[in-house]
Write a protein that binds this ligand. Structure first.
Ligand SMILES: Cc1ncc(COP(=O)(O)O)c(C=O)c1O
Length: 435
């Protein structure tokens, strides 16, 4: 293998990829929120998730500024703790909750429950009961059968959005999406059924177009289709829609060359398209809302690992094994997402070269960063920081291999706080009744 001789200076921290407050400091340490990550690793153990509170709040503010203060709800499944829900609420965002658990966290955080939306293709009776008891403002209807179910159980006057699938089936012919389809008349039947229920109030439509999207045209086309359907429903049932939720799926940069969704331009363009479509159909434009998850929290998160072993393959490729892996970063193994990694906690004197950072789970898919650039003298005991782990990492962490899930810390203003403590072996075994 040829080593790429590169500077032994600390790696450049690209501001699109690393948290807003990330800075190199003395001795090769990396600071987030003014807190040295090496000290955090020493105190709290590794792996450890660190969230830059300033970054999360700044993203919330950027979204509220782009779309309007009442037009943004954070999709909780990307990352949630009670304190994180408090930040989101304090920044004026609403919350898309997909389970009784997420509704409970919103309530514990003191969320204005009128700003909470319960969504989900398979809401259980427990999810619905929790939502009704907490007084969630809106419930998203995602199948025709759900209309009857909500009519029978929801508090009188429950505000609902209808998840409408207006576009063509995904390429490949396999369509696992929930929502009511415009093609074939299912969506029109759902509108008629809701309109006939005095206990339900149809406020608008909702959609979800995918993940890591940055092409405006995808969203523009959906606004066109949904506006056309809204106009038809206005003519047929006299329903006047007040809201159109365009979902989330906004892309974030995990690597320096990748693109964030251009937020301000996106918001302005979507508003303009909606206004044009509404004018074209001679109806008032509904309020445009969005429900991003990843784009609010991904860049704010960093995971710190400790190197446990280093080896070379027969081809000479360098493998750096760390004390976490697919139990704390499942997206890398499952979705092939690509992150950036740096050495931290000591000055790097050696040149950089390629390395695959692999996990501890004895599985060929257990990749943390398959194509990192790390100093050639990386050795057991070193610390590595992986960027962009705020979304769908802590949230999807598992106990695979009976490995305890890492702590989730917040760093801001030179102080760190534990949001969710590290799991212990006893925590895991508490559920095993064979003890
Ligand atoms: C309505 C809605 N908004 C947003 C999202 C989250 O997507 P992302 O985290 O990519 O923004 C989802 C996820 O499936 C969703 O159903």
């Amino acid at each position: 293998m040829t080593l790429t001789e590169r500077s032994s200076l600390p790696a450049h921290l690209d501001s699109m990829v690393w948290p807003r407050t990330a800075r190199w400091s003395e001795g090769g340490d990396l600071r987030v929120g003014g807190v040295g990550l090496a000290a955090l690793a020493a105190e709290h153990g590794t792996p450890v998730f660190v969230v830059d509170e300033t970054d999360v709040r700044a993203r919330c503010r950027a979204y509220a500024a782009a779309f309007g203060p009442d037009a943004v709800a954070y999709t909780a499944k990307a990352l949630l703790s009670i304190d994180i829900a408090r930040w989101i609420a304090a920044e004026g965002l609403g919350l898309y909750a997909g389970s009784a658990g997420e509704v409970r966290v919103a309530a514990l955080a003191g969320f204005d429950m009128r700003r909470v939306v319960l969504y989900g293709s398979a809401k259980t009776p427990e999810d619905l009961e929790a939502a009704y008891a907490a007084g969630v403002g809106t419930v998203v209807v995602e199948s025709l059968g759900e209309v009857t179910r909500l009519a029978a159980t929801a508090p009188a006057g429950q505000r609902v959005l209808l998840r409408v699938l207006a576009g063509p089936e995904p390429a490949g012919g396999h369509d696992s999406r929930f929502g009511v389809r415009v093609a074939g008349g299912e969506a029109a039947a759902a509108v008629a059924r809701i309109a006939a229920q005095p206990g339900l109030r149809l406020a608008g439509f909702d959609c979800s177009l995918g993940h890591q999207l940055n092409r405006f045209s995808l969203y523009e086309r959906e606004i066109g289709r949904l506006s056309e359907f809204a106009a038809a429903m206005r003519r047929a049932h006299g329903v006047e829609l007040e809201q159109l939720n365009l979902g989330g799926g906004h892309s974030v940069a995990y690597r320096p060359a990748e693109l964030d969704l251009a937020l301000d331009a996106f918001a302005a363009r979507m508003r303009a398209v909606l206004r044009l479509e509404a004018d074209r159909h001679g109806m008032p434009a509904p309020r445009l809302t969005v429900s991003p998850g990843r784009a609010i929290v991904a860049r704010a998160g960093v995971t710190v690992y400790r190197v446990v072993a280093v080896t070379r393959t027969q081809r000479g490729d360098r493998l750096v094994a760390v004390d976490g892996g697919m139990s704390d970063c499942p997206a890398t193994a499952l979705c092939g997402s690509r992150h950036s990694a740096v050495l931290l906690g000591r000055d790097a004197h050696a040149a950089s070269g390629p390395a695959a950072v692999v996990g501890r789970h004895n599985d060929a898919d257990d990749m943390v960063v398959p194509d990192a650039e790390l100093p050639t003298d990386v050795h057991p005991g070193d610390l590595l920081a992986v960027a962009g782990t705020g979304a769908y990492h802590h949230a999807r962490a598992t106990n695979f291999h009976l490995v305890a899930r890492p702590a989730l810390l917040a760093a801001a203003g030179g102080r760190a706080r534990v949001l969710v403590r590290r799991e212990s072996l006893d925590d895991m075994l508490a559920r095993d009744l064979g003890r």
